[in-house]
Design a protein around this ligand. Structure first.
Ligand SMILES: Nc1ncnc2c1ncn2[C@@H]1O[C@H](COP(=O)(O)OP(=O)(O)O)[C@@H](O)[C@H]1O
Ligand SMILES: [Mg+2]
Length: 272
């Protein structure tokens, strides 16, 4: 274990206000994302995975309030300071959500969307943006870059659209990618392709990924470590092999038992 994590989340709490009541959703969780690692965040629906992901990038809804500290690449930020949290989103932390069509603008060309994202953070000419967009699209396995750039979101399949979203998320060269169920909306075969691609891009470029998923097979195949969430707490965190073969917590054991009885660690690609 290194002592210089890329992201350190300390004592993160989130409350939501509704109908004059306050509900505590995250109960002061702490974890790290190491450099060049893929860490999975698992847990049943409603356990707080998306809230965790969103509070790290300042995307909580207006009714939500975050407390705690995050240290990103040695820079300490108060989670309550939405402005500072948001300033690292996009440039240093890329975000990929479940539905690519929510992330893409329906009326702007794909080329324009690349340009807008790049230009919001740095001075680029149209030509520079286009050249970089083409290379990013190729890196996510899209070969007919001209057609895709000139087109609009609705002309793309779900898998292609999610590749475009990943390429846009990578366009500012973030050190960390946070992906919240990035393939849940895609066909099964496409899920694999997109996850393979994300893993390869992340690991070969020295980046890290926080991969939110409810699918333990995905964790077994793609993650180095895993954090198990339950009702706003992290119950346990550790190497996938260790957590899956010798879970410390009864809840983790139940989660593993319910995961179709498959030998989850049998086809581990990321051994050690
Ligand atoms: N905007 C919101 N307002 C109020 N409660 C919310 C909001 N978003 C999520 N929650 C609640 O927070 C809890 C955790 O939700 P979420 O982080 O989406 O879980 P997960 O991603 O693990 O399914 C749930 O109980 C959910 O109802
Ligand atoms: Mg979620």
């Amino acid at each position: 274990m290194t002592t210089d994590p890329l992201l350190e989340v300390s004592d993160l709490s989130v409350e939501f206000r509704s109908h004059g009541q306050t509900h505590q959703i995250l109960n002061g969780i702490s974890f790290t994302v190491e450099r060049n690692e893929i860490i999975g965040l698992v847990g049943e629906s409603g356990s707080g995975k998306s809230t965790t992901a969103r509070s790290i990038i300042g995307l909580l809804p207006a009714t939500g309030r975050g407390f705690g500290q995050i240290t990103f690449d040695r820079d300490e930020i108060d989670v309550g300071s939405t402005k500072r949290v948001r300033s690292i989103r996009g440039t240093q932390i890329g975000f990929v959500a479940q539905n690519p069509f929510d992330a893409l603008n329906p009326i702007l060309s794909i080329e324009r969307q690349f340009f807008n994202v790049m230009r919001a953070h740095e001075k680029v000419s149209r030509q520079q943006a286009r050249a970089r967009a083409e290379s990013l699209l190729r890196s996510v396995g899209i070969t007919d870059t001209h057609r895709v750039l000139a087109g609009h979101a609705h002309e793309l399949s779900g898998g292609m659209a999610q590749r475009v979203v990943i390429a846009i998320a990578l366009s500012l060269d973030p050190k960390l990618l946070i992906a919240d169920e990035p393939t849940t909306a895609l066909d099964l075969t496409v899920q694999r392709q997109v996850l393979d691609l994300m893993r390869d891009i992340i690991l070969t470029s020295g980046r890290s990924m926080l991969l939110v998923t409810h699918d333990l097979t995905v964790v077994a195949t793609y993650c180095h470590r895993v954090a198990v969430m339950y009702r706003g707490d992290i119950l346990e965190i550790g190497d996938v092999e260790t957590v899956f073969t010798a879970p410390k917590h009864e809840y983790t054991r139940a989660l593993l038992d319910s995961a179709s009885g498959k030998a989850l660690t049998a086809d581990r690609i990321l051994s050690s």
